[in-house]
Design a protein. Sequence first.
Length: 361
Amino acid sequence: MADVEVSVCGLKLRNPVLPAAGPPGRNGAALIACARGGAGGLVSKTVSVTPARIPTPNMAEIRCGLLNTELWSEIPVEQWVATEYALAKESGLPLIIGLGYTADDIAKLAPRVRPFADAVELSTHYVGEDPGPMMDAIRAAKQALDVPVLVKLSPLGRNMVAAAQSARDAGADGLVLINSFGPCLALDTETGDPLLGGEGYGWLSGPAIKPLAIRCIFDVARQVNLPIFGAGGITRGIDAIEMFMAGASAVQVCTAAILQGPTILGKIAAEINSWLDDHDIPSIADIQGRALRRASERQSSRDFVHPILDVQACTGCGLCETSCVYGAIHVREHKATLDPQLCTGCGLCITRCRPRALRLH
Ligand SMILES: Cc1cc2nc3c(=O)[nH]c(=O)nc-3n(C[C@H](O)[C@H](O)[C@H](O)COP(=O)(O)O)c2cc1C
C-alpha cells in the first residue's frame, strides 16, 4: 500500500484530502460528517466579525460546475467558539479555521478561535487586488497566533505569483490555491431570470475551474517556496494527482463534497492510493512537483510532434476521425490510420482517444 499520509505546514494529515471552506464545513456537525467521510483533515467555513446575510437562491448546478453567491458563514463567531469548533475537534483531525477579511477583523477573530485552531486559513476574496490589506491581515494573524497561517488566493484577474510572493513576505506559512472564479452569470432559459438571487452574479467552482487551478498552482510552485493546498474542480483521485504534480502538497474539495456528499473525500483519498499502487509509486512525495521538473527538461525541445498510433490498442471507435479537423485520421477496417502529411500535430486526438491508442511517446 502506498503512503498517503502527508505532513503540511506541520499538520499531520492521515491523507491529503480535506473539505474546502464552504458548505462541507458549514458547522461542527458537517465537519464531523467530513471526518466520517474519510477526510484527512478539516477546514471550517470562513467566519468574519458579523454573520453573512446571503441572497436566495444561492447555489445552482450548471454544466461542468456550480455557481454560488455565498459569502462567509451565516453563523456568528460566538456560536462557532461556543460549540461548533469544539464539536469538530472531537474528530481528532487537524482543524484549519477559515477567517476573513481585514486586519481589524482578523485581530478580533484570531484570539477567539485560537484554542481550537491547528492552523488558520485567511480568505482574501473580498480584500481587493492591492496586496496591502492582505499583508496587513496576515501580519495581524501572525501576531495573534502561534499556529500556521495559510492564505487563500482568489483567481480574480490578479497576478497570482505576485500575490503569493506578497503573502510570503508578510509571513504566510502556506497557500491555498484557488478560490472560486467570477463573477459569472447563468440564466434560466424558461424565464430569462438569473439562476441565483440578489443581482444574480455568482462564483464558479467545480470541474470548469480545474485547469485554472492547475495553472495557478504550477506558476506559484515554480516561484514561491511555500506549501500549497490545491483546490478547484477536484472530483476524482486523478484530479488530486494532477494537483500534486503541479506542486500541491494536499488538496481541498468543495463542490464535489456538496454535490456528492462528504464520503467523496474518502473515495478520492482511496483513489489516490490505488493510483499510486498501480504505478508502483510509494508516496505522494514521489510525484509532487513532477510537472515542474518536466517543464524545465522540456524547455529546450520544441520540435514538431505528431501522435504515435498503437494499432493493437485502437478500438476503431472513430472519435479521433470525427474531430480531426485536418482530415488526417480515417478509420478503416475498425482501426485508425494516420496520414502524417495531413497531420499538423495539434494533439486533439491524443486527448480524445479513450483507450490511449494515440500517444505522444
Ligand atoms: C457554496 C460555496 C461556498 C463557499 N464558501 C467559501 C468560504 O466561505 N470561504 C472560502 O474561502 N471559500 C469558499 N468557497 C470556495 C471553495 O472553498 C473552493 O475554493 C472553490 O469552490 C474551488 O473548489 P471546488 O471546485 O472543489 O469547489 C465556497 C465555494 C462554494 C461552492
